[in-house]
Design a protein around this ligand. Structure first.
Ligand SMILES: [Zn+2]
Length: 290
């Protein structure tokens, strides 16, 4: 396997900001949106300035401005974009599937155990319509999965059994997203994630962080109290302006967030207008770590 697509440069340090832009909700209750707060986003109105903060610091401040590297391809029409949906399936996932069908786009869904049981028909539909189902762990409980790499793998194995039980066959591609991303404080940040990434790779999975998105689980970053649609769209534009040249370009959306789903068609139109083609994470063939 080749190395991760980014060298340890100042640019990479700056890229860490991307992970700080998003939190991942713990889906303890689908009706309650919980900010885990493992990452601190850049307020959408603030330019990223200053010194990079430790990635595993939940109170981390915005980091420096990224600079182009040799790993960057500036031409969207020569690159692919990967839509990824976390934490579902949920109430809005069927709408996501409708929109994706309308554009004939395949996406990657990083699902969690309890919602696979709650929305089995949606899960089956994902598989039947050719989308990629990846693991976001069974429990999504940071206290369980980040005890150790072994505990993490155990949870992922349970996810796989749940998926098989619900769909009726092993519909899961070997792609995975760590809850909170690989720089979250519970995994130990960039310095602590190595053993976890190695463990999932040894189990056959590639791990995927993300480049850009709506910031839809980090409402605390909405310092100007914009209406959600405005805040989400501005977050997309800002994260694209910083990280839109990363290759592969991976978009994080939570299909547990209705306003994000409301913006999906607009997002697709924008990415199509930029020249991107859409693909699924199983075709990347490597980890994507920020
Ligand atoms: Zn999540």
């Amino acid at each position: 396997m080749r190395k991760t697509p980014f060298k340890i440069t100042a640019f990479v340090l700056a890229l860490i900001t991307a992970l700080m832009l998003f939190g991942c909700v713990k889906p303890d209750d689908p009706d309650v949106v919980v900010d885990v707060g493992e990452n601190t986003p850049v307020p959408v109105t603030a330019a990223p300035t200053g010194t990079p903060a430790p990635t595993d610091d939940p109170t981390a401040a915005p980091t420096g401005t990224p600079e182009p590297t040799q790993n960057v391809n500036p031409d969207p029409s020569k690159r692919k974009v990967y839509l990824t949906f976390d934490d579902g399936p949920y109430d809005y996932t069927d709408r996501v599937l409708d929109i994706l069908a309308q554009y004939n786009i395949k996406a990657t869904f990083f699902t969690v155990g309890r919602f696979m049981f709650r929305y089995p028909d949606t899960l089956k539909r994902m598989a039947a319509e050719g989308h990629v189902i990846g693991s976001h762990t069974d429990s999504h409980d940071f206290n369980i999965i980040y005890k150790s790499p072994e505990a993490f793998l155990e949870d992922v194995a349970k996810w796989r059994e749940d998926l098989k039980a619900q769909v009726g066959y092993d519909a899961g591609a070997y792609v995975l997203r760590f809850p909170g991303g690989t720089t979250n404080s519970s995994i130990g940040g960039r310095s602590g994630r190595g053993a976890y990434v190695e463990a999932v790779n040894a189990a056959g999975y590639y791990a995927f962080d993300w480049s850009i998105g709506f910031n839809d689980k980090w409402l605390a970053g909405n310092v100007n109290n914009l209406p959600k649609p405005e805040y989400f769209w501005q977050s997309y534009l800002e994260t694209y302006s910083y990280y839109g040249k990363t290759d592969p370009l991976i978009v994080l959306i939570h299909d547990t967030e209705e306003e994000s789903v409301n913006l999906l068609a607009r997002l697709i139109e924008d990415l199509l207008a930029k020249g991107f083609e859409f693909d699924t994470c199983d075709h990347i063939g490597d980890n994507f770590l920020m």
